[in-house]
Design a protein around this ligand. Structure first.
Ligand SMILES: Cc1cc2nc3c(=O)[nH]c(=O)nc-3n(C[C@H](O)[C@H](O)[C@H](O)COP(=O)(O)OP(=O)(O)OC[C@H]3O[C@@H](n4cnc5c(N)ncnc54)[C@H](O)[C@@H]3O)c2cc1C
Length: 566
């Protein structure tokens, strides 16, 4: 897939995109579709779809450690609970990017072509106006400069291309997506669904929408992708392209236009600003093989390095015009970092449905959209939480047995009870104190200042977890579940892998960095369209919204270029 762009003579493009992940792939696709010669800069190695998924079809018995990672190989997987022996090829190179945790923070990164689009859980729920209007209604952040109607056509555009499985649920708080048939949910989830309907009129349990192809459409076949075959081994990389990743979808599509150049092993160091021209002219990169610094030039620059890295790049882009970082006229860059609150968990057993068992695999699960503070403020905390729910019936393996009883149990384990579990996905209200900044004295191996991450929970988050735990217990009790356990994991911020903010959108240049089309207010040819642009976080898994925002901004950038406005 890769075409190196090392020639020093030819370093001028129409557009540069920093980062090849979920959002960067979309920027590349849209810009290339409109004929712009586009360079994608990616810090990690190349990953070609299919060729570079070494474990995609490896059977379990071929894994030396049966899936676990031995201690001496844990370097680079950090605090990640996501990587195992089958996905170890995605770990970060050792000492790739140390960062300073002023307060505990889990930062899960995917530094390779495709970024975290290869690792994600593919959940894709749209935002509604209850989310876009939240900050202004509840007074906790600046107003979003866009509303649902502005993004709706771009949600359509993205969903039609990537393929989303789900139902049309007709819920005001979770607008319908363009969907292909949903995966079946388990019978214990169906039972819970009926009980929720019976006991509550403000809560809905639906099939979570996810970026899997269940009924391939011509546009997906044209991408070379096929129907998901429910292997549920997605994070290894999928040979069928059954789920959306940049590698299976947007990047090869953009390459086919002939307009895309991809340069892996290229860490974006900073964006080059020319005061005389009043605009950015290019991107300075460090080649990770040679450590050489190379400048690339373009008319328009898209910053899609994932939230914290995009903040870092802008903070490191200093000039006489912007001594505190590109576009940072009011000291807001890096502030109001936010994420999702996944601290609350619940689990239970169901003693019914014993004539049924789990059959087949579901790469998704069920979902309960936010029901707190939707129409009006009614709780002692702001905003609310969605809930993910999964249930199944496993085998009762009993390793305490010995002899022939143990053999029999291992060979033919009896079915256990139905188990159900849930996890909260709470909106974390952005506060100024939660921020990132650059170290003055500590640098990484590329000579780039290390990022200091200073983020913590607030009382609002604690109250929300309490409510989730109470409500989960109540809902599980109403469903007749037993052995109910609810808990606050007290996991540090970042554990939800949905970090957002720091370069927020807004109407007023004094209180925000980006306008309604994701242009830096103070440097109009730089667009930031990954999670860092998010003014608030909603409760929905955010990547679909990043992709829709990116597609919208890229099309706007093309228009502006044609009109010579940027
Ligand atoms: C286990 C897991 C499950 C998830 N599940 C979901 C889910 O179900 N639904 C959902 O909505 N989201 C989910 N997410 C989050 C989702 O993966 C991210 O929101 C999404 O990938 C962000 O897209 P992005 O383009 O901003 O960043 P990424 O996809 O992370 O891509 C950023 C790219 O930029 C590159 N880069 C970084 N710094 C530089 C630099 N200085 N120079 C050049 N390149 C750089 C990186 O190497 C990377 O390739 C999940 C994440 C994980 C880890």
């Amino acid at each position: 897939m890769t075409q190196l762009a090392d020639s020093k003579k030819k370093r001028k493009y129409d557009a540069i995109v920093i980062g090849s992940g979920a959002s960067g792939g979309w920027a590349a696709k849209e810009l290339c579709d409109h004929g712009l010669k586009t360079l994608v800069l990616e810090r990690g190695r190349n990953v070609d779809h299919i060729k570079d998924y070494p474990t995609a079809s490896k059977p379990p018995w071929e894994f030396e450690f049966r899936g676990t990672v031995p201690m001496d190989k844990r370097v680079g997987i950090g605090s990640s609970r996501f990587l195992n022996e089958a996905t170890l090829h995605w770990r970060l190179p050792e000492d790739e990017q140390p960062f300073i945790q002023e307060k505990p923070f889990r930062w899960f990164r995917g530094y390779h072509m495709g970024g975290k689009s290869l690792l994600w859980a593919r959940q894709t729920q749209r935002w509604s106006d209850f989310d876009f209007e939240g900050p202004v209604r509840d007074g906790f952040a600046v107003d979003w400069p866009i509303r649902y109607k502005d993004l709706a056509p771009w949600y359509d555009h993205v969903e039609e291309f990537i393929g989303v499985a789900g139902a049309r649920d007709g819920l005001e708080e979770l607008p319908d997506s363009i969907v292909q048939p949903a995966f079946d949910i388990s019978c214990v989830e169906q039972h819970f669904q009926h009980k929720i309907k019976e006991h509550y009129n403000d809560r809905h349990l639906i099939q979570a929408r996810c970026a899997h192809i269940t009924d391939p459409q011509p546009i997906q076949i044209e991408q070379g992708r096929a129907k998901c075959v429910n292997q549920t081994m997605c994070n290894r990389g999928c040979n069928y392209g059954g789920y959306f990743s940049s590698n299976a979808s947007t990047l090869p599509w953009a390459l086919k236009t002939g307009n895309l150049t991809i340069r892996p092993h290229s860490v974006a160091h900073s964006i080059i600003y020319k005061r005389g021209k009043k605009k950015a002219v290019g991107v300075r990169v460090v080649d990770t093989h040679s450590n050489e610094m190379i400048d690339y030039y373009a008319e328009v620059i898209f910053v899609n390095a994932s939230t914290l890295n995009s903040n870092a790049i802008l903070l490191n882009s200093t000039s006489s015009r912007f001594p505190d970082g590109l576009g940072n006229d009011h000291g807001l860059l890096g502030k109001y970092i936010s994420w999702h609150n996944y601290r609350g968990k619940a689990s239970a057993t169901y003693e019914g449905l014993l004539d049924k068992m789990t059959s087949g695999r579901n790469p998704s699960h069920s979902y309960m959209p936010r029901f707190r503070n939707v129409y009006r403020q009614e709780m002692n905390f702001l905003r609310g939480y969605a809930i993910g729910i999964g249930g199944g019936r496993g085998k009762d393996v009993d390793t305490s047995l010995i002899g022939s009883e143990l053999t029999e149990n291992l060979l033919n384990p009896p079915l256990g009870s139905w188990k159900i579990s849930s996890w909260m996905m709470g909106e974390v209200v952005p506060v100024k104190d939660n921020h990132v900044r650059l170290s003055h004295d500590q640098k990484d191996r590329y000579g780039i200042p290390q990022l200091i991450v200073s983020c913590d929970w607030t009382e609002n988050d604690d109250k929300m977890v309490e409510d989730y735990m109470e409500q989960s217990r109540e809902m599980f009790e109403k469903a007749g579940f037993v052995d109910i356990e609810v808990r606050d994991t007290h996991s540090p911020p970042g554990s939800d892998i949905h970090e957002m903010g720091g370069i927020r959108m807004g109407l007023d240049p004094k209180t925000s960095l980006l306008n309604q089309f994701n242009q830096l207010h103070a440097c109009k040819n730089v667009f930031v369209t990954d999670g860092s642009c998010m003014t608030s976080t909603g409760t929905q898994n955010p990547t679909l919204t990043f992709m829709a925002i990116t597609a919208r901004a890229a099309n706007y950038a093309v228009e502006q270029l044609k009109k010579r406005e940027i």
